[in-house]
Write a protein that binds this ligand. Structure first.
Ligand SMILES: Cc1cc2nc3c(=O)[nH]c(=O)nc-3n(C[C@H](O)[C@H](O)[C@H](O)COP(=O)(O)OP(=O)(O)OC[C@H]3O[C@@H](n4cnc5c(N)ncnc54)[C@H](O)[C@@H]3O)c2cc1C
Length: 466
């Protein structure tokens, strides 16, 4: 890159607002996947929307790729730079909670706010921000919006999309778009705020978000149901939902996952069970025991060996710590971790789990099944060493077959992680040519030079009628 532009970029963010040394930039060639991207040319740390806008104006003029960075925790290869010239716009210094409007039940935040910081701040005033990715201690609201992140509570409360009321976005050419408002009903033309959700930094850089909050549930209770058969556990999930009961969370962990968690963070899950369900209900204290009793009955009728209700908040937190540690535990146990995010209509959940297990056996891969089962969202994780070419080939085939099976069951490639580079080869199978062509038309209007996070979400070659 021409050194003149580097100097202009550095001037915008000031002396302590950038990294340009190779050693500092190396970490920006990674995200939380097993992939390695290109080392970018510079990482910038703007402190205001105006600075982001100035950066984009230069990048647009020079047609230089720009990639927004939250905490780099995505597990779809949504971040990794594919171009050596890429500029990284790291939002970590734009981390102010601008306002918690307790009367309108909204929060206005800068994109770099850490998810847990927002959750904690709103809970202090009796409110609740439900999307709870297990990476919440480090992931950012900008990153959550950009991939439409979810989490265990998605079963009852949905993903980030359901909470985005408005956004401030810097467009590819540097213009600042403000869209949406604090209104919880908005029928005023195209909903541009929702359009940007899940676009993985390919349409603009999100600098602020207006988010919907809800009152904090009065109380919650956590129960574990223990199963001798994985397939019984997955059927129990479907049976609970079919009865019209929607718990806050309905999480599934298989025996391999239980053993790994136990190795690194003992939580007391029984080691001889083939699966456990972690079930949480929330709401008025007076109804929770009744709800748990109903769920317990369904689990027992579907083959549960036993159920156990956490006696207090401490015991419940220990259970959740075990569940939230899953990805960390995988990465400690294996050279590489490849996680799927296939989501199916909830009645199809048991069928998908069965298929996933069969595919794992067919390709002889080291597979763990963990799932946000209550919303049909599976995270089969393959622990592998991709330096072994034979193993790599088997893993890739297994992942492809799982993805296509999910689509065949009427599902989607991703319930919450996004597409990045990891799943883009299957976008055509899920969406078809017309949808991909429409997505590309939107991209061309908002990013005519293709500088925003190029090479992510779909393959150009898949779009034939644009
Ligand atoms: C241990 C672990 C547990 C996880 N658990 C969950 C889970 O339960 N649920 C879940 O949904 N995900 C989970 N994830 C995945 C990940 O944490 C989420 O995808 C999260 O939303 C990423 O946020 P981030 O700030 O790290 O974004 P990054 O990884 O930095 O970026 C993600 C994508 O968004 C873009 N982006 C980032 N910020 C902006 C912005 N301001 N404007 C425009 N584009 C932007 C990036 O360019 C990239 O394409 C987990 C990951 C790990 C490592």
């Amino acid at each position: 890159m021409d050194v003149q532009y580097l100097d202009k970029l550095k001037e915008i963010v000031g002396e302590d607002g950038y990294f340009e040394e190779y050693e500092d930039l190396l970490c920006y060639s990674y995200d939380a996947t097993y992939l390695k991207g290109k080392v970018p040319s510079i990482a910038l740390y703007p402190t205001s929307t105006e600075q982001v806008s100035e950066i984009m104006k230069i990048a647009y003029e020079e047609a230089i790729p720009v990639i927004a960075r939250g905490a780099g925790t995505n597990i779809a290869g949504s971040f990794i730079p594919l171009d050596r010239n890429a500029i990284i716009v790291d939002l970590k210094r734009m981390n102010k909670i601008i306002e918690i409007d307790a009367e309108n039940l909204t929060a206005t935040v800068e994109a770099g706010v850490v998810t847990l910081d927002l959750m904690t701040a709103v809970e202090k005033v009796g409110l609740f921000y439900p999307p709870d990715p297990s990476s919440q201690k480090v992931s950012t609201i900008g990153g959550n919006v950009a991939v439409n992140a979810g989490g265990p509570r998605g079963a009852k409360y949905g993903n980030t999309l359901a909470y985005v009321l408005g956004l401030e976005v810097v467009l590819a050419d540097g213009r600042i778009l403000n869209t949406g408002s604090k209104c919880i009903k908005q029928s005023s033309g195209y909903n541009l705020a929702k359009l940007f959700v899940g676009t993985e930094g390919t349409l603009g850089i999100i600098t602020k978000a207006i988010l919907k909050l809800i009152p904090k549930p009065e109380s919650k209770k956590t129960m574990v149901a223990i199963f001798d058969k994985l397939l019984d556990a997955s059927q129990a999930v479907s049976n609970v939902i079919a009865k019209g009961i929607v718990p806050t969370t309905l999480e599934l962990m298989d025996d391999k996952m239980i053993a790994l968690v136990d190795q690194f963070k003992p939580t007391g899950f029984p080691k001889d069970a083939e699966a456990v369900l972690i079930i949480e209900v929330d709401g008025p204290a007076s109804i929770l025991d009744g709800q748990l009793e109903e769920i317990k009955q369904i689990c027992m009728e579907t083959g549960a060996r036993a159920t156990k209700i956490a006696k207090d908040a401490e015991e419940a937190e220990k259970i959740w710590e075990g569940r939230r540690s899953s990805y960390g535990v995988f990465t400690r146990a294996s050279q590489n971790v490849l996680t799927e995010d296939i989501t199916v209509p909830r009645t199809k959940f048991p069928v998908l789990v069965k298929k996933i297990k069969e595919i794992g056996e067919k390709y002889n891969v080291n597979l763990c099944v963990v799932a946000h089962a209550g919303d049909g969202n599976t995270h089969p994780a393959i622990l592998a060493d991709l330096r072994d070419e034979g193993e790599k080939e088997r893993v890739e085939k297994a992942l492809e077959e799982m993805a296509l099976e999910g689509i065949r069951l009427g599902g989607t490639l991703s319930g919450e992680h996004g597409i990045g580079v990891v799943k883009k080869d299957f976008m055509l199978a899920e969406h078809g040519e017309v949808s991909l062509a429409v997505m590309e038309s939107i991209k061309n209007v908002l990013d005519p030079k293709g500088i925003l996070n190029p090479g992510k979400v779909w393959n150009k070659s898949d779009i034939t009628n644009s």
